[in-house]
Design a binder for this molecule. Structure first.
Ligand SMILES: CC(C)(COP(=O)(O)OP(=O)(O)OC[C@H]1O[C@@H](n2cnc3c(N)ncnc32)[C@H](O)[C@@H]1OP(=O)(O)O)[C@@H](O)C(=O)NCCC(=O)NCCS
Length: 392
């Protein structure tokens, strides 16, 4: 590289903000949706503590908070629930698609493509005004559980079921995915599922939300942003971890084998799914909440096997690696007890996180600035071009 060019590049690099691999610690935008704090405040959705929301509110209230900006009154909640019931149907284009997917497909691929098709079927998809984005978000919240259940039932040859108007969002989701409804045990399961949906709903600039916001910042449609987000969530380092945790529990199969299993995996330098977090290095407040519910559900179901395996793995990981469980870890215990098919764990995450993603897209497009960062160039310096016939 000639000296003048080298110097000008170096100055450009020096004047730029510090480079951080994986954008670790970088503030990439403003948001009023969620505060992730490892200290006193814990995790807040629009100012409300996640502990209060998980203990006292339903997932529908949390979805309303994220999409409309405030916790609903009783009347608003009734109207919102009625809107969800009214929107719970799929366009015929989706029926055709779901009827044609190969049974080997991963449900996350189906949801990603299905949401993209919903955009094609929606004549108002291009309207990204605040009001239209909120309307689309509510429809997506109602439609995604149907899509997941229809696809899974089609692939497994089980008869389709319709959501029930007298059930809550979590009760319906449990029913659609497992046929369970009514009775004390199904009620206890739906309550824990509801808590897990609340905990999964929003988490600031995680990879999938950031992907959604980057996409939205081009002022494209909300469906395109959701397609980006779903594809990003699928990865095992992100949303795919909950399914991987359940696979690990099944492989361990007995709490007495847990310690040796983990030590062997660590000796092979394997990552233990459900541990660690890019931001939360001192533990994940959501994990403590879902752990309590996973334990009480284990008692209610008279089946402590998964919980005992989980606590044994947790103990070794804290001792050996100083790593704490994240939300996906004890959630897998609860979902195993509920009998949710494992391939649907990450799609269940989508059923909840769609609210956070949509709220971020709305926020981004209400105050948009195109996201266009820079790269630190690491390639060769300028080279002389050699025509094809002279290259050796
Ligand atoms: C979430 C995750 C990607 C965050 O990673 P990160 O902040 O980039 O942390 P790093 O990848 O820099 O890891 C730091 C160290 O901890 C180790 N580590 C991190 N997570 C680990 C895990 N789950 N199991 C074993 N070791 C782990 C790394 O191997 C590394 O060790 P080293 O310094 O000896 O090489 C990572 O913890 C992980 O892969 N977890 C498992 C997947 C998961 O549960 N994802 C859901 C996230 S909510």
């Amino acid at each position: 590289m000639n000296t003048a060019m080298n110097e000008s590049l170096m100055t450009e690099v020096k004047d730029r903000p510090a480079y951080s691999p994986g954008l670790e610690g970088v503030i990439a935008g403003e948001s009023a949706l969620c505060l992730v704090d490892e200290g006193e405040q814990g995790l807040l959705y629009r100012g409300y503590s996640i502990r209060d929301l998980a203990e006292h509110s339903t997932f529908e209230e949390v979805a309303h908070l994220l999409l409309f900006g405030h916790l609903p009154t009783q009347k608003e909640l009734r109207e919102f629930s009625a809107q969800l019931v009214e929107s719970a149907h799929l366009p015929s284009l989706l029926d055709e698609f779901l009827g044609a997917v190969p049974s080997s497909s991963h449900p996350m691929d189906i949801v990603r493509t299905g949401v993209s098709l919903l955009g094609i079927a929606d004549p108002d998809a291009a309207d990204n005004s605040h009001e239209a984005n909120v309307r689309t978000s509510v429809r997506l919240l109602a439609q995604i559980p149907l899509m997941i259940a229809a696809a899974y039932r089609h692939m497994n040859g089980t008869p389709p079921v319709r959501p029930q108007e007298d059930l809550t969002f979590a009760e319906n989701l449990l029913y659609l995915l497992t046929d369970r409804r009514g009775g004390d045990q199904a009620k206890a399961m739906a309550r824990v599922l509801d808590v897990s949906l609340t905990l999964y709903a929003e988490h600031e600039f995680n990879a999938s939300t950031f992907a959604a916001r980057v996409t939205a910042s081009t002022m494209t449609d909300l469906y395109s942003a959701m397609t980006s987000a779903i594809g990003t969530l699928k990865g095992p380092l992100h949303g795919g971890a909950n399914e991987a945790v359940a696979e690990m529990f099944l492989d361990i199969s007995n709490s007495e084998r847990a310690e040796a299993w983990v030590r062997e995996a660590l000796a092979k330098k394997q990552r233990i799914m459900g541990f660690g977090h890019r931001v939360l290095k001192k533990g994940d407040a959501r994990s403590a909440i879902i752990q309590q519910h996973a334990e009480s559900l284990s008692r209610d179901c008279g089946d402590r096997r998964w919980y005992e395996i989980a606590t044994a793995v947790d103990h070794v990981m804290q001792q050996e690696k100083g790593l704490y469980p994240n939300l996906d870890f004890y959630t897998a215990v609860a979902y195993l007890l509920m009998g949710i098919p494992r391939a649907l764990y990450t799609p269940v995450f989508v059923c909840s996180r769609i609210t956070g993603w949509c709220a971020h897209v709305i926020e981004q497009q209400d105050h948009n600035r195109l996201m266009r960062p820079r790269a630190l160039y690491m390639g060769p310096p300028r080279r002389e071009y050699v025509p094809l016939d002279r290259r050796i």
